[in-house]
Design a protein around this ligand. Structure first.
Ligand code: ADP
Length: 446
């Protein structure tokens, strides 16, 4: 048996597959609620290990360990979306309860299936296409790229409604049927109406921007096509968004749905840098995001916390990504909401009704502490200083290793200003103070 049981004798509680910082904060919430939390994680010193009721030390994908985990709990949930649905299906058939269920996770575990789901539900996303609908690497060789593209079939397919894709606004007829004498494709072999930069995304396994590439030329696209299996990638338009927003939503076993406030997120080299709650958004915008969340949760018969990453700009509100779990954009809820996203997930997985979340402060700023260029001593001193900041709570994940850009901890500051403009200024000032103490990595680590 590859797994190993540590800790005290098990009590019936909830199971979590994964042992990183999200599991750590779930374990903290479970402890506060007196709910036993049993963990399956490979590393003996993973962040959540110290707080779990029991730990099965096994790989995340080890279904036999998950079966063992199921004997200690009433329901199992996941720390992240890298779930091997096929391996777990026999467990579900044998009566193991997964929340969210494997059926609701099915369309969420890869980015292509997410886009197909959003298309079916008519929820707007950036325009996208499967990378293998585009043509072969040969079409995109640096020199060939200068010639007229030679894959009209792929372009025709792309605009065929049978190809799953979704746009923010209907495609104008002129884009589908080029005027006489006009090329049938866009820049450098891209579909008509597209131009560089474009964004390529691995459909599975990406996080913190890993697996997300911004391609600036035909040559870069050709290089990618030559290096990857295009069936495992999608290509999408680069969205000139004004702001990135995020929404944590949840649904309980009885089908009740609730949403946390819409928040604004800011990324640095595609990794979340800070989050401001609440976002400055009209009621209409907030309602639209809530409607999208409710449609998704209900259509999927989803039980648990689900997080939505959004772009907002001239094309309106577009969903970038769905995360079937708690999320970095909801960490502020620990200090600033009547119930945190973690406590909510514990409640729901343990079979209790959801508790409607409300802000308990005028606002909050969450700042990620990423592995930076400072040495260990400097970082230790910085943590001591951060811990003394007023109205602030420091979370340190206790990870082994501090690679550049790695999420090592975060700090949440409660904001005082009730006026949104003033709150925004207050947040900027607090962010500046925090970044003076704990700078971002100086150079691109990706
Ligand atoms: P991950 O799954 O690693 O979080 P995302 O798809 O969310 O990757 O991308 C990470 C970040 O990259 C986003 O938060 C956004 O800032 C940027 N990004 C992703 N897709 C696009 C896009 N189509 N247009 C512009 N920026 C994008």
């Amino acid at each position: 048996m590859p797994s190993q049981l540590h800790g005290s004798p098990p009590a019936l509680g909830i199971g979590i597959v994964g042992g990183g910082q999200l599991a750590l904060m779930l374990a903290e919430a479970a402890q506060e609620q007196g709910v036993a939390l049993h963990l399956q994680t490979p590393g003996g010193v993973d962040p959540a290990v110290g707080l779990a009721t029991t730990v099965l030390q096994a790989q995340i994908g080890d279904a036999s360990a998950t079966l063992e985990l199921s004997r200690r709990c009433s329901a199992i949930s996941f720390e992240n979306e890298w779930v091997d649905l096929d391996a777990l299906a026999p467990l579900a058939e044998a009566g193991v309860v997964f929340l969210p269920s494997l059926e609701s996770l099915g369309p969420l575990v890869d980015k292509r299936q997410q886009r197909e789901l959003l298309g079916r539900l008519s929820i707007p996303t950036p325009r996208w296409l499967p990378l293998n609908a585009l043509g072969s690497a040969a079409t995109f060789q640096p020199l060939a790229g200068l010639e007229p593209p030679s894959n009209p079939a792929a372009a025709a397919n792309f605009f065929d409604s049978a190809v799953p894709w979704q746009v923010a606004s209907p495609v104008p007829a002129s884009a589908v049927a080029p005027a006489e004498g006009q090329p049938s494709q866009g820049e450098g072999g891209l579909p008509l109406g597209w131009s560089f930069p474009v964004v390529a995304k691995a459909i599975r396994g990406g996080y913190d921007g890993k697996g997300t590439l911004i391609l600036r030329s035909t040559a870069e696209l050709g290089r990618l096509l030559a290096q990857v299996d295009p069936a495992l990638w999608i290509l999408e338009e680069f969205v000139a968004f004004e702001r990135e927003l995020a929404l944590v939503a949840c649904r309980d076993r009885a089908g009740a749905v609730a949403c946390y406030p819409l928040v604004e997120t800011h990324q640095h080299h595609q990794v979340c840098n800070w989050v401001l709650a609440p976002a400055q958004a009209s009621h209409g915008l907030e309602a639209m995001a809530h409607n999208m969340a409710a449609s998704l949760l209900t259509a999927l018969d989803y039980v648990g916390v689900l997080s939505i990453e959004l772009f907002y700009g001239p094309a309106g509100l577009l969903i970038n990504e769905l995360a079937p779990r708690t999320h970095n954009s909801g960490h502020y809820s620990i200090e600033a909401c009547s119930i945190s996203q973690f406590a909510q997930q514990v409640r729901i997985v343990a079979g209790q009704p959801l508790q409607a979340p409300a802000l308990t402060a005028a606002g909050a700023l969450m700042v990620n502490l990423l592995g930076n260029d400072n040495g260990e001593a400097e970082r230790a001193a910085a943590l001591t200083t951060l811990a003394t900041l007023p109205q602030a709570t420091l979370h340190w994940y206790g990870k082994q290793g501090s690679a550049l850009g790695r999420k090592l901890g975060h700090i949440t500051v409660l904001l005082q200003a009730t006026d949104p403009e003033e709150r925004s200024r207050e947040a900027r000032q607090r962010l500046e103070d925090i970044r003076t103490i704990w700078p971002l990595p100086a150079h691109d680590w990706a």
